[in-house]
Each structure stands twice: as C-alpha cells, then as structure tokens.
Design a protein around this ligand. Structure first.
Ligand code: GRF
Length: 194
C-alpha cells in the first residue's frame, strides 16, 4: 500500500474546495492526508473549516503587497510546509501569485483550481468573464502552477453549460459543483501514480 499523499492546502476564502478534498479523504475516496491548511487571511472560512476537522490551520501574515506574499513571508510559508511534511501543495481559492521561493521548493508539485476552461478567462472572477463574453459553456481547470497567472500546464478540466438567465452567482455555483468533483478526482490520480 502506498503512503497517503501528504497535502498542504493554501486558500484565502471560504474553503469549499478544501472541504470537498477533506470529505473525499474522510469517505475513503482519496488516499491522502491534509498536513496543514494555510491562509493569508486571518478570518478566512478555510481556516475555520480546517480547525473544525481537527486539522492544523495556520494564518500567514502576507506582508506589504496585495497580489503576492513578501519574499520573507513566502520563505516562512516554505518552512511551514516543509515542517508539516507536505509533498504536494494544492491551491484552493488562494488569491496571490506564487513566486520563486515556493515554486523552487516544490517543483511541479503545486496545483491550482481555476473557475474556467483555461486558457480562456484567466484571472479574477472568471465566471463573470464567461458571462460577459456570451460563452455557451465554461467550467473549471486543475493545472500545475508556474510563475504566470493561470498559465501552468493543464491537468484536467470539467465543463458546465452557461444557461439562459444565469447570474454571476448561479453560474459560479454550477462551476463550484464541478470543482468539488474535479479537484478530489485529480488528487486521486496523483495519489495513485506517486
Ligand atoms: C474557486 O472558484 C476556485 O476556482 C477559485 O477560487 C474559488 C475558491 O472557492 N480559484 P473556495 O474557497 O474553495 O470555496
């Protein structure tokens, strides 16, 4: 039996993707363990959700920038992840760019979920971009993280229709449902080949 995939999860928001991953682990559908959940937002739902599950949850003070961590903060993050024994880093609603300290510490071991069918609609609020563009379908993508904005190699995608009368909220909710199935299924594949 292989050892479980040792995950570190980074998020800035409510943490529904983290919960989907944690629930898949609890259900025995994903051979992994969440070693630590880290957020750059002290009161993020993702930290509360991790604590509710008895998992290690850490707030990381991000420093002076809005779109990335201070280099010192990112070094602290690397040390924290290493200390927790993390081998794969899963971004789940993490709203900052990943820079060299983290990229170099986990080469090809950082993945992200994005709410569009990349390369379409990178960046923020991708579901609003899909609506504005009049797209007939959109979806979500799990991809490796590189130094660009949602540019890393694509691992898997799941499509959802854009329905007549969709609001940003209804469309995002449909995409999130797809995310909650896709992210654990990608991790399941990674866990099986590791
Ligand atoms: C998701 O839509 C994900 O695609 C994007 O940020 C959102 C995070 O949602 N990167 P949650 O915090 O997992 O609920």
């Amino acid at each position: 039996m292989r050892s479980p995939l040792r995950l570190g999860i980074l998020g800035s928001g409510k943490g529904s993707n983290f919960r989907a991953i944690a629930d898949a682990i609890t259900a025995g559908a994903l051979h992994a363990e969440v070693r630590v959940v880290v957020s750059d937002v002290a009161d993020a739902g993702i930290l509360a959700a991790a604590r509710e599950r008895g998992l290690r949850a850490e707030y990381l003070a991000p420093g002076r920038f809005r779109t990335k961590l201070d280099p010192e903060a990112e070094e602290r993050l690397v040390a924290l992840l290493r200390d927790a024994g993390v081998e794969w880093v899963a971004l789940a609603g993490y709203m900052r760019m990943v820079k060299a300290p983290l990229l170099d510490a986990f080469p090809r071991r950082i993945i992200n979920i994005h709410p569009s069918l990349l390369p379409k609609f990178p960046g923020v609020e991708a579901w609003k971009q899909a609506l504005a563009a009049g797209a007939a379908e959109t979806g979500c993508t799990v991809h490796y993280v590189d130094s660009g904005m949602d540019t890393g190699e694509i691992i898997a995608q799941s499509a959802v229709p854009v329905l007549p009368g969709d609001s940003p909220e209804t469309l995002h909710a449909r995409i999130q449902q797809a995310e909650h199935a896709l992210y654990p299924s990608v991790l399941r594949i990674l866990a099986s080949v590791e």
